[in-house]
Design a protein around this ligand. Structure first.
Ligand SMILES: Cc1cc2nc3c(=O)[nH]c(=O)nc-3n(C[C@H](O)[C@H](O)[C@H](O)COP(=O)(O)O)c2cc1C
Length: 191
């Protein structure tokens, strides 16, 4: 018999976390953002390299991010429809955090470990935001890999975006899902 987690416990948050596709203002304020970032800074991190950085956009920053996306879309020869769409893309949330894996020189910690560490911060921040009452969505898309867009944001050649975290107030009450929960043991083999 699998125990049921206590309401609002950490386990409840982990077992019932849902992404939120549709958010509106307000987003996290500065004090809340500090907590969200502290959750990011607590992810497992081999040798405490902190191989990440965060580019946050709100208000006019969302316009600047959208313009950078549009310039990248033009440079990459994307379709007219896509070029027209890009400036509004960040406006799907009041706060957009671009999470950058920023590997540090290390003879011990491989690049992939450092990228995994950076990616872990996305989930940690999404969970922290959820605990504060906000909804969030981890997005990717072609821009995540586009070197032209990376240059627009001032990323170095060794850096890689690992996600765009869209955060805000949920538009709708959290959906309860009818989705059958798979048997977790289907994903496990004992060695
Ligand atoms: C690396 C990564 C990239 C993702 N990119 C997108 C994306 O671009 N667009 C999208 O709708 N969902 C994307 N998702 C999935 C959503 O974040 C979300 O997990 C999915 O909609 C399922 O919702 P749930 O988290 O409530 O199960 C991505 C997830 C990951 C881990």
């Amino acid at each position: 018999m699998i125990p049921t987690p206590a309401p609002d416990s950490a386990l409840d948050l982990l077992l019932n976390r849902r992404s939120c596709h549709s958010v509106r203002a307000p987003g996290p304020d500065d004090a809340e953002l500090a907590l969200i970032l502290r959750a990011a800074l607590r992810v497992p991190d081999f040798q405490r390299l902190r191989p990440y950085r965060f580019l946050a956009a709100r208000d006019e920053g969302l316009d600047r991010l959208g313009q950078a996306m549009q310039r990248a879309a033009v440079a990459a020869g994307r379709s007219e429809a896509e070029i027209a769409r890009t400036p509004r893309m960040p406006h799907r949330a009041p706060l957009v955090i671009t999470v950058v894996a920023s590997p540090r020189p290390s003879k011990v910690v491989p690049l992939f470990d450092q990228q995994l560490c950076a990616a872990s911060t996305v989930l940690a921040m999404q969970l922290a935001a959820r605990a504060l009452g906000y909804g969030g969505l981890w997005r990717s898309g072609w821009l995540m890999y586009d070197r032209g867009f990376h240059r627009e944001l001032g990323l170095g050649e060794n850096e890689q975006i690992v996600g765009f975290l869209y955060l805000g107030t949920p538009q709708h009450a959290e959906e309860t899902t009818n989705e059958a929960v798979p048997d977790p043991y289907d994903f496990l083999r004992w060695i």
